[in-house]
Write a protein that binds this ligand. Structure first.
Ligand SMILES: Nc1ncnc2c1ncn2[C@@H]1O[C@H](COP(=O)(O)OP(=O)(O)OP(=O)(O)O)[C@@H](O)[C@H]1O
Ligand SMILES: [Mg+2]
Length: 184
């Protein structure tokens, strides 16, 4: 890990970057600052192994946006809606495409593109996206296309920084977060 990564997370301010988050609380705080930066139509794509912290980051984003309802993994639905809670600020669509992965497939990159697109189409999200923020767990390479023209796409990659140290539990393992903004 480089010095750059071990510095406190100035998350999401630069066009791209990398930082380290030592706890779920830090992950939520980073998400909260991100939530304050997001505007309607933006799409955030979260990539990371099971338990990486995607939902934890999303909880922070929801707080930063000030939306209603508790954020949790939408296990039985693919998308959960959180209505706007602050006047003039967008609501949140929290998507978890994990269920679309084939059995035994744990790599987001292997999500079948057609299946994701068909599912998104059947959910009829397009109409709602212009005045909401979409945060998607899994689905990189596909959900970006849902961003409203002129809005931004934020690609976030979450990695367990400590690697395969079996002495520490996942909750104690620092995470390394890499992000990159682009224009839709
Ligand atoms: N930066 C962090 N440092 C340590 N633990 C963390 C960090 N971020 C999240 N965690 C913890 O890791 C666990 C898994 O987090 P979370 O549910 O957010 O992962 P996920 O990526 O959404 O998993 P899934 O793929 O199952 O949806 C939780 O117990 C959470 O508190
Ligand atoms: Mg999750």
């Amino acid at each position: 890990m480089t010095d750059e990564v071990s510095r406190p997370c100035q998350a999401f301010v630069a066009p791209s970057g990398e930082c380290r988050l030592d706890s779920a609380e830090e992950m939520r705080a980073a998400g909260e600052s991100l939530g304050g930066l997001l505007t309607a139509g933006d799409v955030v794509v979260l990539t990371g192994a099971l338990g990486a912290g995607k939902t934890t980051l999303t909880q922070g984003i929801a707080t930063g946006l000030g939306v209603r309802g508790r954020t949790q993994s939408p296990t039985f639905t693919i998308v959960r809606e959180h209505k706007a809670g602050v006047p003039g600020r967008p609501g949140l669509l929290h998507m978890d495409a994990y269920r679309l992965l084939g059995e035994g497939v744990h790599d987001a990159a292997e999500l079948p593109r057609e299946l994701v697109l068909d599912t998104l189409e059947s959910l009829d999200l397009d109409a709602d996206l212009a005045d909401r923020v979409l945060v998607a767990e899994w689905g990189r390479g596909v959900v970006e296309s849902l961003a409203t023209a002129g809005s931004r796409v934020l690609d976030v990659d979450i990695d367990r920084g400590a690697g395969l140290d079996t002495e520490i539990t996942p909750e104690e393992e620092p995470r390394v977060l890499q992000w990159r903004w682009s224009q839709a």
